[in-house]
Design a protein around this ligand. Sequence first.
Ligand code: HEM
Ligand code: SF4
Ligand code: SF4
Length: 528
Amino acid sequence: MISAARRVLRYGFELIERPFERLFGPALNPLSQLGALGFFFFWVVAVSGIYLFIFFDTGIERAYESVEYISRNHWFHAGVMRSLHRYASDLLVVMVTVHLLRQFAYDQYRGVRWYSWFTGLPIIWLLYGSGITGYWLVWDRLAQYVAITTSELLDRLPIFGEPIARNFISTGTLSSRFFTLMVFMHIAVPLFLLFLMWVHIIRISRPKMNPPRALALMMLLALIGVSMWKPALSQGHVDLAKAPVEVGLDWFYLPLYPLTEVWGRGGVWAFLGAFSLMIGLMPWLPPLRRARPAQVDLNHCNGCARCAEDCPYEAIRMVGRTDDLPYPTQAQVNPALCVSCGICVGACPSSTPFRRSEELKTGIDLLDYDLKTLRERTIEAAAALSGPGRVLIFVCDHGGGRRLDGTVRMPCVAMAPPSLFDFVLSRNLADGIVIAGCAESACYNRLGVDWTKQRIAGTRDPYLRARVPRERIATIWASALETSRVAAEIASFTKEIAKHPLQKLRAPQAPSVPAQPGNDRALTEVGS
Ligand code: HEM
Ligand code: SF4
Ligand code: SF4
């Protein structure tokens, strides 16, 4: 049931994202930058909030008038800021909802990723806390409705000795101190939210916290446009003598409020409890699968730190050497953070397939699918190729090539060290190579596509040697639902390659290097 829901959602996302990216490119796809956009909207809300605070009167008597003054007399700057504050907060709710759904759809929330998912839950609560306390401050009819309904909801919980809803019976009963407390809450809760947003991403290496400039500018201009077109306005001064009968609701922050009348306060709490429990438990619901974490082999680790640089999950630390090899540091894997993507294997300079197979050991390897196996499968798949245009296809478990036959499959295409591609072409195992990974903006392992591109382009260590003819290597970045596109692109690349089989070229010969403990720097220069 959960898997079916995930598939349907994923299909929905792909249906929107892939054509969009073909038209505007991956950098402008807002759905692939939701976390970064979340930070961006937060900063818009924070800056506009500070601006508004200059004009806002925090006393209960003058709060409403000061907001009116902002919206009517100073509409062209403070009024626009008020609208920006409102609409960016609304977009933050949209972003959180779609971000949560997308992480679920792309199956990026289970296993080691439970941490980011789980810390997302208090973020949702605090986001709503921030928005609801904000509506309170305007002190208009909507604020009155929000204040009364929130107090009634809180009174349902056995927290407060005195029912707080009593504060709103008449102006006489409402103390200015209570209002000041709300102002304080509206500052403290977002600050705590920011702290949790930081906690949310500390386990992620190189988290995308800033959207590309063009996207941020477009969002800001759209927000300013909507703010001018439909300014956020108040709904008349609070009148505690009268119960608010009809108010315009903000459906982003207050969708549950009308439901208190249908379900009752207990019903709304039960719904919130069930929702939180479901979200909280989701990373541990079956089917659970977990491959064994990567393991360091000190005999082949020279402490170069490339694996730690490339790991997308902060799972590798460099620590002091524990053996007697003459290097100051060694890699250490934290098994609790490792998702077994194999990207570190592709990064390690010891991962060179030019060694004899029985000796093929590297500095860091996957226990369930090691480099030796990858090399063997590469040789087997190459041996099965025939005819003009022998193209060897490397695919990852999550991209558009995963359903094709005769491929060399791995958890992430960045597991393949560039020297493996050199090996295939220089040993004439194939005439060409296709690397088919995830869609550019939706790499399952976050950084696998970027690292592969940079290694092939020669801008990231370990890079593909200059002697490897780049025209014989094609990369296809496609999502799991684009199998037919991948097949078509492979067919057209094969046709091209068939016109120039490799035998006609002089294949460069690479020496076969036996493994020696600790000689990996030298090996890098030979094999990668
Ligand atoms: C203000 C709200 C939020 C912000 C600003 C935010 C921001 C981010 C950022 C910047 C990333 C890293 C993206 C990357 O570089 O790959 C991320 C990842 C993630 N977020 Fe959020 N997030 C928010 C709320 C949530 C919520 C509510 C959930 C779910 C309950 C959630 C679940 C996740 C998960 C599962 C990841 C992926 C971690 C991984 O790929 O290992 N986030 N978020
Ligand atoms: S397998 Fe992936 S997650 Fe684990 S240490 Fe290597 S790069 Fe990091
Ligand atoms: S030699 Fe390999 S395992 Fe050791 S630090 Fe470098 S990349 Fe990591």
